[in-house]
Design a protein around this ligand. Structure first.
Ligand code: ADP
Ligand code: MG
Ligand code: ZN
Length: 623
């Protein structure tokens, strides 16, 4: 029987004693007791009629009247159960005062609220309410303690387990992946590189249109390397309070310093890194101050510790040039729209967890979606699954995918331009025109890539030429070849379709520019001879202002005529060359329509097979 006794002897545990609920109850009990005893000596409850009787009998000595009670003392103790005090509920009785007066009773009213109540209502309760509100507000401001930590970085530190992304989750942007695999190596084994005296790159800027997987790629780099990842968006730095953004940058870098090796990822860098202009209002604005702080921190920290700053933007052209300087974001990785194979691979990734019919043809879906980026494709898979669920099917079928594509295209068409089949064909021939001319003209730069995946706002397709060596001098025939390559696109359109499209406008502009320079600067026109008509240095401050012409109206007209002559002659020659290569042109264009991208190696192989005259340019250089 000892044990239960022990239990009873300790009715409350320590924690219970500390809990606020317990304290409140204790205080309440104390107050109640206090109030009971403060009433005074022992009293007896009487009814109002009894009280009146006692009053009439003249036995009441004193009484106090409150709003609800009448308390009092009797004259003689013996007659009333040895109790002097009494109390009764007050009843509405206008004659009471008169009666008390006639009986000669000492009476008084009473101010109802005792001091303890006053204290409670005017001080304790309001203070308690304020205290609760204060606590609540602080909690809402963040776990670290609200107001005092405005400057702390909002950059979330992801634990390694949170970053489940690896390069396997990213498809269709193989070039970017390849470039970043080097960064992964740096992060994994920094000593390998630094022991040889090499410097680890500090900043990597990912450039590409929205939805191509830049954010995903940055996370995948952290996941591959197994390092912590600080992700923050550029806009998060720009707050309403001056100085907060800069403080955040500072804080983020010091946090990263402790966690090295790690990755700092600043998404949407353009929100922060816009070109610093001359502020018309004078002074620095908040964004500029934050940007400056970022530049300072990037310069200040030692990249060999293994902190790599990654960043993403879809508008590299508006970024402050200071960001791109050596030692800052000096590596830029282009994240392109995926080609046909890439789109197929992305679809495969996103359909992994989805139950799919056997008849679904991923390549077919990829072929239907030129110009789509990874995010669009992920969206298609999701939409198709939802459609199938709505139709109460057990698996997602081709019809669901087709409808999903239609829906998403309808949404996208407003946002970006997707090219239709006929346009695609025209663009393909146009680009092949450029590529073939570049291939067969001896001095033109080699073709590295032909693509009809739309890029940016202006270009529907592009042909990438890479100069094989640095050039400082150019001969007349080299310039003419350049013009010829530019005209190749339009010439191919004319040759195949019998009409030209608006797609060549940019080419024509560039061709005209070159021809003009030939005539005006380099004295390369037979008719006008060895005269330079314009100084090349223009005002730095007003690039549009070329000063007044130093030649007559007539000369001006002749310049125009000469320019036109160069263009026209080159165009005819270009068209002739393409006419000769018509079969190869068609062959390559058809492959391009199928594959959307042709790389240098593949182009060389096709040409070797199809054209006997073709010689590889790199081989030519050898002898
Ligand atoms: P960005 O940062 O370039 O705007 P995100 O990385 O935010 O694009 O991409 C959004 C989503 O789209 C990703 O979470 C992923 O599901 C999907 N996605 C985009 N690109 C790819 C890709 N190359 N491979 C696989 N999924 C992709
Ligand atoms: Mg993003
Ligand atoms: Zn073109």
């Amino acid at each position: 029987m000892k044990e239960p006794e022990k239990k009873f002897s300790k009715p409350f545990s320590k924690n219970q004693l500390k809990s606020p609920f317990f304290i409140i109850i204790l205080v309440a009990i104390v107050l109640a007791t206090f109030q009971i005893y403060s009433v005074g000596p022992i009293t007896k409850n009487v009814s109002y009629s009894e009280f009146k009787m006692l009053l009439k009998e003249g036995r009441v000595e004193t009484c106090q009247i409150t709003s609800s009670l009448i308390r009092g003392n009797l004259k003689d103790q013996d007659s009333f159960d040895a109790q002097k005090g009494f109390v009764t509920a007050r009843v509405e009785d206008p004659d009471l005062v008169k009666e008390l007066e006639t009986q000669g009773v000492k009476f008084s009213g009473e101010y109802e609220s005792p001091w303890i109540q006053t204290l409670l209502f005017t001080w304790i309760i309001p203070i308690a309410i304020f205290f609760l509100i204060w606590r609540f507000v602080l909690k809402g401001m963040g776990p670290a303690g609200g107001v005092m930590s405005f400057g702390k970085s909002k950059g979330k530190l992801y634990a390694q387990d949170d970053l489940k992304y690896t390069f396997e989750d990213v498809a269709g942007i193989d070039e970017a992946k390849e470039e970043l695999s080097e960064v992964v190596e740096f992060l994994k084994t920094p000593h390998k590189f630094t022991s040889l005296g090499g410097k680890i790159p500090k900043g990597v800027l990912l450039v590409g249109v929205p939805g191509t997987g830049k954010t995903l790629l940055a996370k995948a780099v952290a996941g591959e390397a197994g390092v912590p990842f600080f992700g923050i968006s550029g806009s998060e730095f720009v707050e309403m309070f001056v100085g907060v953004g800069a403080a955040r940058v500072r804080d983020m870098f010091s946090q990263a310093d402790q966690k090295a090796p790690c990755i700092i990822f600043i998404d949407e860098l353009d929100a922060l890194g816009k070109t610093r202009g001359i502020n018309p209002m004078g002074g620095h604005d908040e964004r500029e101050q934050t940007l400056n702080q970022l530049l300072v921190e990037m310069d200040g920290f030692d990249s060999n510790k293994g902190v790599i700053i990654m960043s993403a933007t879809n508008r590299p052209e508006i970024l402050d040039p200071a960001l791109m300087r050596a030692g800052r974001f000096d590596r830029q990785v282009v994240v392109d729209r995926p080609d046909l194979n890439g789109r197929e691979a992305i679809l495969v990734i996103h359909t992994k967890g989805v139950k799919i019919d056997k008849d679904v043809d991923m390549r077919g879906i990829a072929a239907m979606t030129p110009g789509f980026v990874g995010a669009d494709l992920a969206n298609i898979v999701n939409e198709a699954a939802l459609l199938a669920a709505r139709r109460e099917k057990k698996t997602v079928g081709m019809a669901d995918f087709e409808e999903a594509i239609e829906r998403i295209m309808a949404g996208l068409e407003k946002k970006k331009r997707l090219i239709n089949k006929r346009e695609k064909k025209i663009v393909a021939y146009h680009e092949c025109g450029h590529a073939l001319i570049a291939t067969f003209l001896p001095t033109a730069d080699e073709v590295k890539k032909i693509s009809i995946i739309p890029r940016g706002v202006a270009a529907l397709g592009y042909t990438l030429q890479l100069p094989t060596e640095d050039r400082y001098l150019m001969t007349r025939s080299e310039l003419v070849d350049k013009i010829s390559v530019l005209l190749g696109g339009r010439a191919a359109e004319g040759l195949i379709f019998g009409e030209v499209s608006t797609g060549a406008q940019n080419d024509l502009e560039k061709a005209t520019e070159i021809a003009k320079k030939m005539v005006k600067f380099y004295g390369m026109s037979e008719k006008l001879g060895l005269v330079t008509f314009e100084q090349e240095n223009r005002s730095v401050f007003f690039p549009g202002n070329t000063g007044k012409n130093e030649y007559s109206e007539e000369t001006s007209r002749e310049i125009d005529l000469e320019v036109k002559k160069i263009i026209d002659e080159t165009y005819v020659a270009t068209k002739e060359l393409l006419e000769k290569k018509r079969d190869v042109l068609i062959k390559i264009a058809e492959i391009l329509i199928q594959k959307e991208v042709i790389e240098k190696k593949e182009l060389q192989e096709i040409l070797e097979k199809e054209d006997k005259e073709y010689v590889r340019k790199d081989e030519e250089k050898l002898d």
